[in-house]
Structures are given as C-alpha cells and as structure tokens.
Design a protein around this ligand. Sequence first.
Ligand SMILES: Nc1ncnc2c1ncn2[C@@H]1O[C@H](COP(=O)(O)OP(=O)(O)OP(=O)(O)O)[C@@H](O)[C@H]1O
Ligand SMILES: Cc1ncc(CO)c(N)n1
Length: 266
Amino acid sequence: MTKPQFPQVLSIAGSDSGGGAGMQADLKTMQMRHVFATTVLVAITAQNARGVQRAQVLPPAMIDAQFAALAEDLQIKAVKTGMLADSQTVQTVVQNLQRYDFGPLTVDPVMIAKGGAPLLADEAVATVRDQLLPLATLITPNLPEAEVLTGQKIRTEAQMRQAAEHLQALGAANVLVKGGHLGADQAAVDYVLLANGRDFWLTSPRVATANTHGTGDTISACITAELAKGVDLATAIRVAKAYVTATIREGIQVGHGHGPLNHWAV
Ligand SMILES: Nc1ncnc2c1ncn2[C@@H]1O[C@H](COP(=O)(O)OP(=O)(O)OP(=O)(O)O)[C@@H](O)[C@H]1O
Ligand SMILES: Cc1ncc(CO)c(N)n1
C-alpha cells in the first residue's frame, strides 16, 4: 500500500512558549493545512498572552547545523521566516537560504510582538531590508513593519499601495501589506501587489477581539503551506486570508491579554 505524501515545508522562526505565535503558530497552521512542517529554531522566547518576558538567540553554528540536517534528508518545497532577532542571525539565515534551494521564500519581517516587545534589534532592520528582502518571493509586513522598512508613514489605503510599490523596488518579488493595524473602526483590509504588476485588496470584517496573537505568523504559514502544495501565489494568499479570518472569528479563550487564535477553525 502506498503511504500518503505530504509536501515538506520549513519555518525559520523563534519559539513562543505561550504557544500562540512564532514557530508554534506556524506548526499548528501547517499541520492544519496538511503539509509536513520542519523547523529551524533561531531564538527562544519566554512569552505568554501578556507579553515577552525574556529572549535568547541560538548560536550561528546551531542554526547552520539545523539547515544542514534538513538539506541532507528532506525535500523542502516552501519556506518562511518569522522572528530573526538580530543582524547576525539574519545573515546566518540569508547564507543558508542562498546555499540550499528550499523553494519559494515568504518573509514575515517580524519586528515587535503585539504587547510591544522587540523581536528584531534595530541594527538588524537594514540587514533584513538589504540582504533578506531581495530573496523573498513574498514579503508580508504589517503596517508598522512596512513603515520601518520603507521609511514612509502608512495611515491610508493609498499609502499601503505606495508602500507595496516601495518594497517591490527594494527587491521583494511580491508584497502583501497587512492592514490589521488600521483603525479599530475599519475593516481588516490587506493589499497584494504581485510581481507581474497585478494587484488586489482582501477585505474581511474586523472581529472585535483582543485574541489576535499570532495572526501574522498564521497567515504567512498558511501561504507557505499552500505554495508547497503547488497552489499559485494569488490563490495561496486568498486561502490564507480566509483561514486567518476563521481563526480569529471562531476564537478560543486561552490566557489573558492578547490571546491566541483558534487554529482548528476551518
Ligand atoms: N481584529 C481582526 N479581525 C479580522 N481580521 C484581522 C484582525 N486583526 C488582524 N486581522 C487580519 O489578520 C492578518 C494579520 O494581520 P496583522 O496586521 O494583525 O499581522 P501582524 O501584526 O503581523 O500579526 P502578529 O504580529 O500578531 O503576528 C491580516 O489579514 C489582517 O487583516
Ligand atoms: C517568537 C515570536 N515570533 C513572532 C511573534 C509575532 O507574532 C511573536 N510574538 N513571538
């Protein structure tokens, strides 16, 4: 009897001990999307829905060793990055992504946790922009991240569009600007600019909830999973928007503060 085949995907990220964001959100999402998730852990955070208490970065040699182990034995079809902590770690990840072909790369340029804790050192922003972003098949910044990467203020939908064009000019092939941080009275509107110049908006009703910890990780992990299955990018982004919306709408209650999503939602 032939055994079931699942496309293999990779999450390069930090651990969220609270289980709601980071590598844990990636793993839960990828499992729900029926792909086989592998990981390169770059940092550990002591974190819960109230915030980040402590973080520790892994040494470059340990990051290299994880990449080498995967390259030796697996066939990764799509890859994403999340928390990358500091400039040295970004450079280590960039070197490995250049060394191995793990398929289309989705860069979620994680900078600050929902509670306000920094997950990327200021000195690493230029490394992300200049070295990682040009490798990205897709970059998925939220509004504050897009502001930092472009140096532009983003308060309106017109500015979201301009920021996407700017990010493309910086070298990202395709761009998803996430509008989760627009005003609480506005719909959850995201803007997509594809490599071929096609663009579209994705709009869903804003759910009035504090339980949005890990939304960014979840949408980018879902896109990565769909890409590994061979789904085209525009469809992968639409599927992922629908999935993250369901995980917010069909919320669960775990912890306090910015609680996690319902990854079982469909
Ligand atoms: N309250 C909400 N209701 C519905 N959709 C939301 C809500 N908040 C965020 N979203 C959607 O979730 C996705 C992630 O966007 P967001 O801007 O929150 O990412 P993020 O800030 O990177 O998340 P995180 O840092 O928690 O991982 C987007 O599609 C956004 O529109
Ligand atoms: C480890 C980690 N990665 C990413 C995020 C952003 O959601 C977070 N809060 N924690």
